[in-house]
Design a protein around this ligand. Structure first.
Ligand SMILES: Cc1ncc(COP(=O)(O)O)c(C=O)c1O
Length: 387
């Protein structure tokens, strides 16, 4: 299916160009209405039934599972990326004299979780950084990452693409190496899941945490987590009452059933059934599954390619496939141009994040060619001006 622009399904203002889905996705109309309806239901709590504590969350787990090729029973609903990594790492034992690996400039939620775990498990904390002297870093970085994983590696924790540049890692190869050396492979999917196909089985992923408010068009404070069956007997961070077997029977809760509900359910954050955010997130996940993740990526590619072509002719460089994705990519503008570009973005009403010396461009199905045309124009203007 070839997607056309879906801007009509959002309520973005016409005044400006939003190329910043990696910061926060705009709200889908349908998801907004789902949340408003849910909010209104709270006027009369008798309309919230016992089933409502469980049923909608179950649908969220199913819909998210479809996106990453996982059964619903492997999915937990949590509050944040940091919560997810804390849960996963609580259940990983370090190898004797072992090491744990992450990528350079990893997002802090994963970085700090792994650093803390290394201290408590007496592991060497290894950061594999990019080579800043290369204009295209993907091939070299992926090779060095693979080479760093060895028999002593206990954990590799990293984002599925680089959160600030969009550089793509070969997750299939890294997952295979982790499996071969017996290391756990933990992924932060915030900047890809929903916009770039990812199959947790094909990539041998042991745990994946994904904030819902970016590529999933979900909500701040609701995050989804996949766990491999190996974690099904693990220890959760907290003892939420709903995570126990028979919690559906509200009349017998103090009979204290020690068994957890099946699969990843034990990792659900307390008050999982957030009555306002759950319908919002569910509505967004359904929309993504109806668009199809690979169609979303193709739509972004069709938009990005002419822009990249024009920018290359002006001397800018991009990563090359297979290290490039099209819903999130970056342009190195250099430190000396940051202030000037910030002013230009403001003037042209371009909503884009600058991360370090990179302009991080993130698009999705609500964008059209005009957004990138204005950006191209601004970059050309930037290079014409003196620093
Ligand atoms: C790669 C990545 N992971 C996670 C997050 C959010 O982290 P948390 O859910 O811990 O707030 C962000 C936010 O920008 C991000 O870019």
């Amino acid at each position: 299916m070839n997607l056309t622009c879906q801007k009509h399904l959002f309520q973005l203002s016409d005044d400006g160009h939003y190329l910043n889905c990696a910061y926060k996705a705009p709200l889908l109309r349908s998801s907004e209405y789902a949340a408003i309806e849910a909010l209104e239901r709270g006027r009369n709590p008798n309309r919230i039934t016992t089933k409502d504590f469980f049923d909608q969350s179950e649908l969220v787990r199913q819909e998210f599972g479809l996106i990453i090729n996982s059964p619903a029973k492997n999915i937990a609903i949590i509050s944040s990326t940091s919560y997810g990594f804390a849960s996963l790492l609580l259940n990983v034992k370090g190898k004797p004299n072992g090491n744990a690996i992450t990528i350079g400039d990893e997002f802090p939620s994963g970085y700090f979780a792994l650093k803390k775990w290394c201290l408590s498990e007496d592991q060497e904390f290894t950061v594999v950084a990019s080579n800043p002297n290369l204009s295209q870093q993907g091939k070299d970085w992926n090779e060095r990452l693979l080479a760093a994983i060895n028999d002593s590696t206990s954990v590799v924790l990293m984002s599925s693409i680089h959160w600030s540049t969009g550089l793509k890692y070969d997750l299939e190869a890294i997952g295979a190496k982790c499996r071969a050396v017996g290391a756990k492979f933990l992924i932060d999917g915030a900047q890809t899941i929903g916009a770039l196909p990812l199959d947790v089985k094909q990539c041998n992923i042991d745990g994946l945490v994904c904030a819902s408010y970016k590529c999933l068009f979900g909500a701040y404070s609701m995050c989804l987590m996949y766990v491999h069956e190996d974690f099904f007997d693990g220890i959760p961070l907290e003892e939420a009452w709903m995570n126990r077997e028979a919690a559906q029977d509200f009349s017998r809760l103090s009979e204290y059933n020690d068994n957890y509900q099946e699969g990843a359910f034990r990792y659900n954050v307390g008050q999982t059934s957030n009555f306002i955010l759950t319908p919002l997130v569910l509505s967004s996940l359904k929309q993504i599954n109806s668009w199809g993740v690979s169609n979303i990526q193709s739509y972004c590619k069709d938009l990005a390619l002419p822009f990249m072509h024009e920018m290359k002719s002006k001397g800018f460089t991009f990563e090359e496939e297979p290290y490039l994705c099209y819903h999130l990519f970056s342009i190195k503008i250099g430190d000396s141009r940051v202030a000037q570009m910030t002013a230009l973005l403001k003037e042209r009403k371009l909503h884009i994040s600058i991360r370090g010396e990179y302009l991080r461009i993130s698009l999705n199905v609500f964008n059209d060619a005009s957004d990138l045309e204005v950006l191209a124009d601004s970059l050309i203007q930037m290079t014409a001006q003196k620093v």
